[in-house]
Every structure is written in C-alpha cells, then in structure tokens.
Design a protein around this ligand. Structure first.
Ligand SMILES: [Fe+2]
Length: 227
C-alpha cells in the first residue's frame, strides 16, 4: 500500500505564491485521492508492487490500465512536485547554473521559456525542467503523464498546471502563477542533485516505496523529501 507522503514544509510555507488553503486541498484531497485510487486498483488486481515507478511503467504499456496509470502517475507527480519546491528562495549553482547559461542563455531566458510553455499548455498537465544527458530541456506533459515513460529525460523540477494548483490564489491567471512560482519556489539544490544524477553522479530521485507487510519501508525512503 502506498501512503500519502507528508509535506516537507508547513502548509503556509509557500505563501504568497501558493496559499495555505490551496496546500490543504491539494495535498489532503487531490493527492490523497490519487493514493487511495492507486491502492484500490492495485488491490483489485491482487498486485504487490515493490515500487511506484514499476507500477507506472507497466501500466503505461497496457490499454486496459489507463485508470491505474493516470492515478499512479499523478501520485508520483505530486510527491515530486512537493519535493522540488523550497520554502526559502534559492538560485541555481555550479554545474546547473553553467548549463542554464549554455542551453538557454541565462536564468531569465529559462524562466521565459518555462512560463511560455506552461501558460500555453492546453488543459491540465505539467511543465518540467528536464535533462537529456548533459542538455537541459523544458517540456510539458498532459494530464497525469510524467517523464518516466519518456526515454532519456530526467526531471529536475516540475510545476503543476492543473487549475486546482493555482485557482484559489491566482484565479484564471496561470501565467502570473508560473512567473511567481519560478521566482520564488524552485528547489534549485534538489534540481542540481537531479542534474548531477542524470550525468551519472548520484542517484535519481525515486518515489517512497509502498509500506511492506512488516509495516516499514515508505518512511525510510522518505528521507530525501524536504531538502
Ligand atoms: Fe495537482
């Protein structure tokens, strides 16, 4: 059984970009629902997966497992989303800062590209900063889709484009949400670790594993939340 990972910060920590009320709804209602539905569908199958990544990759290849894929991927995406935000404003450093200059021309240019793609995305989805080997890319995915099924792309951070992510705080102005989000919330230290891992230095982030029958597992794996 997968569990709802705790937030790595207080519900009000991301204000004013993301308010306390949004965080409560987003985490305890939306994210919890994806946890519950994933567990329900796996339970109906009698499945005992060892990782959420395995669930997502296996479901992605089956036409009759679309509901499981959507819910499992949304469970993964939201846990990753909480992890790649920081309550304290940061800036990119070291190799990641150099790569941003090389691939986008600077942080302002990356922001413009990230905001433009996210604001133009039609409907629900996600906008990602990703690494393809050494090269940084900004990509968007629809609905629950993530980068696990996109060969060669490692996510560095992501922003949620579903209306539940920003409507209470920014109404219909997704662009304003994305601009404020990019300036204040990316966890650049985490993104830098992901970028290093994409190049073979360290381990790429994994979702906390399901709780085993002995009652342990997920909590131990959750230690990389909250950086
Ligand atoms: Fe969401």
């Amino acid at each position: 059984m997968f569990e709802l990972p705790p937030l790595p910060y207080d519900h009000a920590a991301l204000e004013p970009v993301i308010g306390r009320a949004t965080m409560h709804l987003h985490h305890e209602k939306h994210h919890q629902k994806y946890v519950d539905t994933t567990n329900q569908l796996l339970g109906e199958q009698g499945a005992r997966p060892t990782s959420l990544e395995d669930v997502i990759r296996e479901a992605a290849g089956k036409a009759d497992a679309r509901k499981l894929f959507n819910n499992a991927a949304q469970l993964w995406n939201h846990t990753f989303f909480w992890t790649c935000m920081s309550a304290k404003a940061q800036t990119p450093t070291d190799g990641l800062a150099e790569a941003i200059d090389r691939d986008f021309g600077g942080l302002a240019d990356l922001k413009a590209k990230f905001v433009e793609l996210g604001a133009a995305h039609f409907g629900s989805g996600w906008v990602w900063l990703a690494a393809e080997g050494q090269t940084l890319r900004v990509v968007d995915t629809h609905d629950g889709d993530d980068l696990l099924t996109h060969q060669g792309l490692t996510p560095l951070f992501v922003c949620d484009l579903w209306e539940h992510a920003y409507y209470l705080d920014h109404k219909n102005d997704r662009q304003a949400f994305l601009e404020a989000w990019f300036d204040a919330l990316p966890n650049w230290a985490f993104a830098g670790d992901q970028y290093a891992a994409a190049r073979g230095d360290g381990e790429i982030w994994r979702h906390p594993d399901p709780v085993s029958s002995s009652g342990t597992g997920a909590a131990e794996k959750r230690s990389n939340l909250g950086r």
